[in-house]
Design a protein around this ligand. Structure first.
Ligand SMILES: [Zn+2]
Length: 214
């Protein structure tokens, strides 16, 4: 082994890397070569000194960094605005739900429906309308239910609207009865808006995420 190879191998060993030569061959050369032995001792001293040397002083920038931070985290203001908008939507939905319940409850209890409907038909439509009110109130209390309530509320509204318009034109329904359906439309629009807003802010869990299975 040449002195050059020996010293490269020693340097690698000091750095914790593979020396690239058999250890016994290296030790045999060291035992026989005073030059490399001295070089190894000096290299070891230098390495140890470099590792133990104190770190250069670093100025404490804590105060400067904290002072340079914005007062609000980016997005905090828009998040607060979004929460406020959600609260407003839920309050309006609450009012719509209460109004819807107030319209349907007397019909359900008395069976005296509008337009001289038979008692059971009036009660049945009262039950439907009260169920819609319950859905509005439930979504106002727990907006995460909005998306789940949409298939029923949306299809009910989509079916009722065109037949109401047709009945209005044919004179089968009074305008005040038809106007009451605007409450339904308002409620469904609010529920759909809450569902859309809730969906936007919620990251979907990754496929294979263990927390999903747990
Ligand atoms: Zn040597």
């Amino acid at each position: 082994m040449s002195c050059h190879t020996c010293r490269e191998a020693l340097s690698a060993r000091l750095d914790g890397e593979p020396s690239g030569v058999p250890a016994d061959e290296l030790d045999r050369h060291l035992a026989a070569c005073p030059g490399c032995t001295a070089w190894a001792a000096a290299a070891e001293r230098v390495t140890r000194r470099a590792r133990l040397a104190p770190a250069p002083p670093v100025p404490d920038l804590t105060v400067a960094i904290l002072g340079a931070l914005p007062r609000e985290l980016p997005g905090a203001r828009s998040a607060a605005r979004a929460r406020l908008a959600d609260t407003a939507l839920r309050l309006v939905l609450l009012a719509v739900g209460v109004a819807q319940a107030a319209l349907s409850w007397p019909v359900l209890v008395s069976g005296a429906g509008a337009m001289s409907a038979p008692v059971h038909m009036a009660r049945e439509s009262g039950a439907w309308n009260l169920a819609v009110a319950a859905a509005f109130l439930a979504v106002a209390a727990g907006p995460r239910l909005a998306a789940g309530a949409l298939p029923f509320l949306g299809s009910f509204t989509a079916l009722l609207l065109p037949v109401t318009v047709a009945d209005l034109q044919a004179g089968h329904v009074h305008a005040d009865r038809a106007l009451a359906h605007l409450l339904l439309v308002a409620g469904v629009v609010l529920v759909a808006t809450l569902a859309w807003r809730g969906r936007r802010g919620r990251p979907l869990p990754a496929v294979g995420d263990r927390r999903v299975a747990a």
